[in-house]
Design a protein around this ligand. Sequence first.
Ligand SMILES: [Fe+2]
Length: 301
Amino acid sequence: MKAVKAKRVIVEYGAEIDPQDMIEPPDAGTLELEAGHPGLGDKGYVARRQQLFALCRGHRLNRLGPPLIGYTAEENRIWREVSPKLDELHCQHASHIYLDAKRALGISQTEIPQLRHLSEQLKRKTRMHLVPAEGPLPYRTFYKYIGERGFPVTQFIRHGSHPEFTPEPDMIHDCLGHVPPLMDQDYAELLTLIGKAVSATQDPEQVLALKRFSWFSIEFGLIEEKNEIKVFGAGILSSTGEIPFSLSAEVERRPFITDEVIATDYDPSRMQDLLFVIPSFVFLRREVEELVKRFGIAVKA
Ligand SMILES: [Fe+2]
């Protein structure tokens, strides 16, 4: 009797998902602020977000690069309130690779930076560039750009009523979390390889594995430097709460073992109490190369 092939089940964030969503992610064409978003009842904020959504989506889809934005006094005020607090924590706890890059980029603590200018600096240093994003993009869409050396970044800022909180990635998360490490060549190459692999595979389990690999490194990674644990993940670096929490006794920190990482589910809606520590970006780059080889994904040079 012919064996019936078991239906593949994919679990993400503790729930079963449609495996096809990993391969063909939905593309939201309109702004959607989730329930509980601090800006929901503020008509001016919602209108501004809709305006930036349309502008950035148009620039992304038409491959025009980041538009120059005239930020309002209120938007700059929020930046000015949050970025010095983060900078103080970065000086104490961020990886030196991150700190050196942040200084080299000249990111101001008083004015929201223009992504177009940051993008030009990245191009010169590591051949990466920034792609304007209207909001959070689905994982495979996001990494398809990265496979072409483009990192999608938002150009809006959180609501002023809660300057230290955002339920979605915004410019503070992107510019103060994601952009500086893109100045490091090993980091740029390992990211690009993940992007190429995610674009090339048609296997939803492989996409999910690479997504978990990214989550526990690019978003929530820790690195050991001179016998000290430092932060390099953007999700930690962009939160005044997550930085001290990630190094506290409440968090379990394990060595970064790829097979363990890709088998670990997580919940993005709460503070992360399990983190992995890498020894270097060179190590992380080799781990991605090995994983992609083991998966049998043929990537273009
Ligand atoms: Fe992120």
